[in-house]
Design a protein. Structure first.
Length: 94
């Protein structure tokens, strides 16, 4: 599995936000993200089809989704997308 530079920035931004809220909030975010990335690695087609040949998996109780594409059999995380951002803002990411 590969992460785009921008997806890593999204992750850091979300962790800073949740880290300021509480340790438990940040840990919940990381726990869910870990479960989602394991799911993507083991079953790349498991996310719901989304915009521009991508897939996404929503986080439970959090306003985030993991958006990814499968490129030549390899999952590529392209965004940790906040629900309040414009849908598809990440389209140009590779």
């Amino acid at each position: 599995m590969r992460w785009t530079t921008q997806a890593n920035r999204d992750l850091r931004s979300a962790l800073v936000y949740y880290g300021h809220q509480s340790w438990d909030s940040a840990q919940n975010f990381l726990d869910q993200l870990g479960g989602i990335t394991q799911r993507i690695e083991s079953m790349p087609g498991s996310g719901h089809p989304y915009l521009h040949n991508s897939r996404r998996i929503l986080m439970n109780g959090l306003p985030y989704a993991v958006v990814y594409r499968v490129v030549r059999g390899e999952p590529v995380i392209i965004a940790i997308a906040h629900a309040s951002r414009r849908p598809g803002y990440w389209i140009g990411r590779d």
